[in-house]
Design a protein around this ligand. Structure first.
Ligand code: GLV
Ligand code: MG
Length: 324
């Protein structure tokens, strides 16, 4: 290990993160009753400009008056390039800061963006005498944000998670997509002709680079990487496939832009029983190996060593966190 110690963000379950427009208070109760680990009440892109002020009021009232149980509650503020943002922060943190766990900052582009919001939130918390500190989740969804993702990830002690905002990222990089989070079949290669004259198409994941880069920046700074939206809520197979590839890369969760996606995210982002059982067997086998003075042994015909312990512990700890 490096001499540099990575401080981990507070451990929270973040398998599913349900987006709820602040301008649609009729959806709040259903969200509160859902199995989402995290809910973000939106003031940004799901809310029309004329509805922003009312949405702020709805969110403040709902945070103060509704029973959200043990859910982690977040509010997505507007971007720092809009005049809505300062009022989002001032009103929501002043009037509902005690029930707010996280602020989601969209289209974050530089470490200075994080610094600016941190300064505002710190002043309000201090003035109000809040004991709890609000954490930050950042949506990496612009070319600038992706370019500066490492600095953003390390920009504040409040940072908890990075989210891949695939829709805005596509717009910012001018990627060719039509479905939010979908994968364009043109992202493929055609092999040279094989001996029999045939050729094969190999499809790739056009979001791989962005997602993998964000995961590395998040993990190197002790943050949770979370995959963003999948727009076609009538396509559970597409959602599952997108969530699985994010989970395989190290993401802890995925957004749900519709309540039906919450169960899918929770399912994919929880380690399966078979995975946990195998991890427990690895830990047991390595315990026995250590007792016998061995550093590596074989289990089911495969080599396991000290790195296997660290891999297995990740799964076992996650299972423990889920079972509460
Ligand atoms: C989320 O905000 C996205 O743009 O995908
Ligand atoms: Mg966006």
């Amino acid at each position: 290990m490096s001499f540099h110690v990575i401080t981990q963000a507070p451990a929270r379950l973040n398998r599913s993160e349900l987006a709820v427009p602040g301008s649609a208070p009729q959806m709040f109760e259903k969200a509160a009753q859902s199995d989402a680990d995290v809910i973000f009440l939106d003031l940004e892109d799901a809310v029309a400009p004329d509805d922003k002020a009312q949405a702020r009021k709805n969110i403040i009232k709902a945070l103060n008056e509704m029973d959200w149980g043990k859910k982690t509650m977040s509010v997505r503020i507007n971007g720092l390039d809009t005049h809505y943002m300062y009022r989002d922060v001032v009103d929501v943190v002043e009037q509902a800061g005690e029930r707010l766990d996280l602020i989601m900052i969209p289209k974050v582009g530089t470490a200075a963006d994080v610094y600016a919001v941190d300064m505002m939130v710190t002043q309000i918390e201090d003035a109000r005498g809040y004991k709890k500190r609000i954490g930050f989740e950042h949506i990496i969804e612009t070319a600038l944000g992706m370019q500066n993702v490492t600095e953003i990830a390390g920009a504040s002690k409040r940072n908890e998670s990075l989210h891949f905002g695939v829709a805005d990222y596509a717009a910012s990089t001018r990627a060719r997509t039509t479905i939010i989070g979908g994968v364009n079949p043109d992202y493929s290669v055609l092999t040279d002709k094989l001996e029999d004259g045939s050729r094969q198409v190999h499809w790739g994941d056009m979001w791989h680079y962005a997602l993998a880069r964000m995961v590395v920046a998040a993990r190197a700074n002790g943050l949770r990487p979370v995959d963003g939206p999948f727009g076609d809520f009538s396509d559970p197979d597409g959602y599952r496939a997108a969530a699985k590839r994010a989970a395989v890369l190290g993401c802890e969760g995925k957004w749900a832009i519709h309540p039906s996606q919450v169960a899918l995210a929770n399912e994919v982002m929880s380690p399966s029983e078979a995975e946990v059982t195998r991890a427990q067997r690895i830990l047991k086998a390595m315990e026995q190996a250590a007792a016998e003075g061995k550093g590596a042994v074989s289990l089911d015909g495969r080599l396991i060593d000290y790195a296997s312990i660290r891999q297995a512990e990740v799964l076992v700890q996650k299972a423990r966190q889920i079972s509460g």
